[in-house]
Design a binder for this molecule. Structure first.
Ligand code: CAA
Ligand code: FAD
Length: 387
């Protein structure tokens, strides 16, 4: 077993860290306050390869491995979780889905545009009545009589980057009444007539990551934009989320690490009763638990990325490892950011320090890409073989 990173992995980690600390960290609080989408930074990150880390260079990406993706995501999230949400959707939900299931033309046209940062991608599965129960969707795609396109009608909610996305991977029902087996996947061009965006959602955290409802009204999607085979859409959605959950675990780790590092510094400098607060046994106990949870979740996330890399040769699954990593990392991030505020006292509660932002940002990692309850359900189903 080797716990060291190779030169390529260390290189992308260092590139991401430098950009995150120089260009994102100084403006993160401003973006959080305004809720403005950080378009210029995202474009620049695309030019640096950060929007398509695992995308081969012929499709505009950095051609690196899943561990490199984890390391880069952690660095970006440690500076600002909202930037890392946008990065995660472009990398693991959009590019990964089309790379795995798309035709050569689809990869050339859509992956290239997103991996290079030229355009923004999104992934639309959730609907107003179906979040956790994802296969209970109503959005309908009906093939036209001439067989040239699908006519799509329906609403998707909570779509990350929905307000700005040029292309979206969409899931819709092509055969009603048979549940998950009736779902197909499509690539949507948002500049085509029949596509509508709702208002940007006001949110607790990751405020610079724009989220909205989208609606399709007699939208004509060319048959060439079917992603994978008809009826395979739900499996595509779930397989893509397996990879996405490694991204969200990494995001949680970045936020948790930032909160932990700020806490270490504070606990050495802040004095009470004539001594650094870090010398009190109650603070030390918290710090020890923070470090253990952070490292345990980091190892689980790296294991999930390593497993993904291994099974890429055999076609096996890595969903169990991904769900375990996402569950542990998101709950660690929530706990660590909570303790970090406590150790900072009143200053932890102040907007003059980033702790309250870390706490607000950590919460989403327990909700999106499958809530903690859904991760537990996936893990327990895999472990017991029961449903
Ligand atoms: N890979 C491939 N296929 C899979 C799979 C996987 N990981 N998981 C399930 N499947 C297949 C099953 O094998 C089954 O196929 P067969 O009938 O041929 O065996 C089919 O999919 C249906 O599976 P289930 O019966 O297990 O489906 P279910 O209705 O019980 O739902 C669920 C399972 C795990 C609860 C799923 O609905 C789920 O993950 N829900 C959470 C949704 C979610 O995570 N949404 C995230 C939206 S994106 C987002 O949030 C982005 C963002 O924030 C930035
Ligand atoms: P519900 O499914 O209604 O769940 C409510 C509660 O019930 C939760 O605690 C849940 O865990 C619990 N619950 C549900 N079923 C069970 C069960 N069987 N057992 C135990 N407990 C259960 N979706 C996309 O498709 N694309 C995106 O880009 C995207 N981005 C998002 C960005 C943000 C900021 C947010 C908030 C959401 C985003 N989502 C996106 C949607 C997200 O994936 C869903 O919110 C999430 O999957 C939960 O679904 P829900 O909100 O409908 O909650």
């Amino acid at each position: 077993m080797d716990f060291s990173f190779n030169d390529d992995q260390l290189s992308i980690q260092s590139i991401a860290r430098e950009f995150a600390q120089k260009r994102i960290a100084p403006v993160a609080a401003e973006f959080d306050a305004s809720g403005e989408f950080p378009l210029d930074n995202i474009r620049e990150m695309g030019q640096m390869g950060l929007m398509g880390i695992e995308v081969p260079s012929e499709y505009g990406g950095a051609g690196m491995d899943p561990i490199s993706y984890v390391l880069a995501m952690i660095e970006i999230a440690a500076a600002d979780a909202a930037h890392s949400t946008i990065m995660s959707v472009n990398n693991s939900l959009f590019c990964n889905g089309i790379l795995t299931h798309g035709t050569e033309e689809q990869k050339q046209k859509y992956v290239k545009a997103i991996a290079t940062g030229e355009a923004i991608g999104a992934y639309a599965l959730t609907e107003p009545q179906s979040g956790s129960d994802a296969s209970n969707m109503h959005t309908r795609a009906v093939k036209s009589e001439d067989g040239k396109h699908f006519v799509i009608n329906g609403k998707k909610s909570w779509i990350t980057s929905g307000p700005v996305a040029k292309y979206i991977v969409l899931f819709a029902i092509t055969k009603p009444g048979i549940g998950a087996k009736g779902v197909s996947a499509f690539i949507i061009d948002t500049e085509v007539e029949g596509f509508h965006r709702g208002k940007t959602e006001p949110k607790l955290g990751i405020r610079a990551s724009a989220t909205c409802e989208i609606e399709f009204v007699d939208y004509k999607c060319p048959v060439e934009n079917l992603l994978g085979e008809e009826g395979q859409g739900f499996k595509i959605a779930m397989g893509v989320l397996d990879a996405g959950r490694i991204g969200i675990a990494s995001q949680a780790l970045g936020v948790a690490r930032a909160a932990y590092e700020a806490t270490l510094e504070w606990s050495r400098e802040r004095k009470a009763f004539g001594q650094p607060i870090g010398s009190f046994q109650m603070t030390q106990s918290k710090i020890a638990d923070m470090k253990c949870k952070l490292d345990a979740a980091t190892l689980m996330t790296l294991r999930a990325a390593w497993t993904k890399q291994q099974v890429s040769k055999t076609g096996g699954r890595f969903g169990n490892e991904a769900s375990m990593a996402k569950l542990m990392a998101s709950e660690a991030a929530m706990w660590i950011t909570h303790q970090a505020i406590q150790i900072h006292g009143g200053m932890g509660y102040s907007k003059e320090m980033p702790l309250e932002r870390y706490f607000r940002d950590a919460k989403i990692t327990e909700i999106y890409e499958g809530t903690s309850e859904i991760q537990r359900m996936v893990i327990a189903r895999n472990e017991t073989g029961l449903r």
